[in-house]
Each structure stands twice: as structure tokens, then as C-alpha cells.
Design a protein around this ligand. Structure first.
Ligand code: HPA
Length: 277
């Protein structure tokens, strides 16, 4: 396993590369775009693209529906840094690699992260296409990107997760949705590693323990963001009802199709939120 010093050096080199590629630009907010939700990055004004494959030590996206680049640009009057494609544990990366972009964001001076994902709906009030504001999460994997020597330069060994999803941002997101007439549900996101979709028994269990949605991302990034004091807002696009809730079987195609169908609404909501942050 890599030493903390070696990992820190890698993060610093990656951040130095991105900083220089950005020229003088200084994004204030980062937006991680989930499966099928990457189009937002195409709507930025004055876009500047930085492919992950050019960044030293960075992983690359291997999942269809994830492009694999940073796009910096203006959205809602703010300079933002979008991740068009993210990394998942199931791709075979370790969680230090999965969360390296969040460390890089921190070193770039970014203190707000808007994290999005495609998720299965567990709450029976949801349908394919529901947008859900994440109020809290369940980490059911037994995994954690912060295991190992603490990186003191980023944050404390032990840190609070009582309000991981920023309260002020949640209030702002709800007000924005109301103003824009976009229905926005709220709920708890449960992280499982995937890559398989869940069994119906797993979904019944998740519902019993308080999950409203389930997915294969986001929680590692949120843990690392909170460790270093980055404020987090999370939005799930419910792309399908979870396993066993309908007669359908689940597929990545369905996930991408639904995400694609709601992208316009999603983009309007995120743009509205960013302009108000
Ligand atoms: N389960 C897990 N992850 C997902 C799902 C699901 O049903 N839909 C989209 N991502």
C-alpha cells in the first residue's frame, strides 16, 4: 500500500497540473456529474476541458455514460469545475484513487461540492425521474477512503458527520426547486459497491433500515469532502425503481435513458442552485 507521503505527493502533482491547465481561472464550486447526467458540462460558458488521462496519477473513467474530463466554465454566473465522469470502487480503483479528485478540488481552493448521481428508488413514493435531495447517507460497504494514516494537512482523524449534507445548501436547494417549479424529493442515499444491482431482499432490507435510494457512488467523495471541510450538496436522479419493486429487470441502459430524459430539469435545478450559492 502507498504511504501517506507518497499519496499526498501524487495529489499535489495532480493539483499542480490542473491549476496550470486552468490558467488564471479560479473555479469556486465543483460539480460531480453522475451517470447520464454529464450534459450539464456542455452548457457551461467559456468551457475549458482537462481530460483525466492528461492529469498525473489520475484514474480514468471506464463506465459508459461517463466521459472522463474536468470542464471548467461559467454556470449561473459562477465559475464552476465539473467532473464529467467520476470513478467508482467497482471499477477496481481503490478508494484513495476514487476520491483523489476531491483532494485536488481542495488544493485548488474549492470549498463547495455539488455531487450528483443516478440511483435506484426505494421509497415507494418515488418514480423513475424523481429528483431527490440527499439529506443523509448510509455507508453499508464496510469500506472507507479515510482508512489508513490520517492526512493531517486536509483534516482531523475523527470528524463529525451529523450534518454531512450542508443544511444551508439544502434549504437553498428546496427554495430553488420551489421557485423553478421543479418537484424535489428528499431522502437518505445508501451506498453499496455494486457492480450488480441489488436483490429484492436487499432492497426490502435497505427500506427497513431507512434508505430512500441506493447507488454505487457519492459516499466516498462525501466522506473525503467532509474530512477536509468542503461543504456538500447532493442530488440523486432516481433512474429506476429498485429491484423487486416492479416486474422489470434492471439495466444500465434504463439508468442512462431516464437520466437523459430528466437532464433538462436537472440542469435547470443545478444552474438555479449554483446561481444562488
Ligand atoms: N441500484 C444501484 N445503483 C443504481 C441503481 C439501482 O437500482 N440505479 C442507478 N444506480
Amino acid at each position: 500500500m502507498m504511504t501517506a507521503a507518497e499519496y499526498t505527493r501524487q495529489v499535489q502533482e495532480a493539483a499542480a497540473y490542473v491549476r496550470s491547465a486552468l490558467g488564471g481561472r479560479r473555479p469556486e464550486i465543483a460539480i460531480t456529474l453522475g451517470s447520464g447526467l454529464g450534459d450539464l458540462a456542455e452548457r457551461l460558458d467559456a468551457p475549458l476541458t482537462i481530460p483525466y488521462k492528461e492529469i498525473p496519477h489520475f484514474p480514468v473513467s471506464t463506465v459508459s455514460g461517463h466521459k472522463g474530463q474536468f470542464v471548467c466554465g461559467k454556470l449561473g454566473g459562477k465559475e464552476v469545475l465539473c467532473m464529467q465522469g467520476r470513478f467508482h470502487y467497482y471499477e477496481g480503483y481503490d478508494l484513495k484513487q476514487v476520491t483523489m479528485p476531491v483532494r485536488v478540488m481542495k488544493l485548488l481552493g474549492i470549498d463547495s461540492l455539488l455531487v450528483t448521481n443516478a440511483a435506484g428508488g426505494i421509497n415507494t413514493g418515488f418514480h423513475a425521474g424523481t429528483l431527490m435531495l440527499i439529506e443523509d447517507h448510509l455507508n453499508l460497504t464496510g469500506e472507507n477512503p479515510l482508512i489508513g494514516e490520517n492526512l493531517d494537512a486536509f483534516g482531523d482523524r475523527f470528524f463529525d458527520m451529523t450534518v454531512a449534507y450542508d443544511k444551508e445548501y439544502r434549504t437553498l436547494a428546496k427554495a430553488t426547486a420551489e421557485e423553478l417549479n421543479i418537484p424535489l424529493a428528499t431522502g437518505v442515499y445508501a451506498w453499496l459497491t455494486g457492480p450488480n444491482f441489488e436483490t429484492p431482499a436487499e432492497i426490502r432490507y435497505l427500506r427497513t433500515i431507512g434508505a430512500d435510494a441506493v447507488g454505487m457512488s457519492t459516499v466516498p467523495e462525501v466522506l473525503v469532502a467532509r474530512h477536509s471541510g468542503i461543504r456538500v450538496l447532493g442530488i440523486s436522479c432516481i433512474t429506476n425503481l429498485a429491484a423487486g419493486m416492479t416486474d422489470n429487470t434492471l439495466s444500465h441502459e434504463e439508468v442512462k435513458e431516464t437520466a437523459d430524459r430528466v437532464q433538462n430539469e436537472f440542469i435547470r435545478l443545478v444552474t438555479g442552485i449554483v446561481s444562488r450559492i
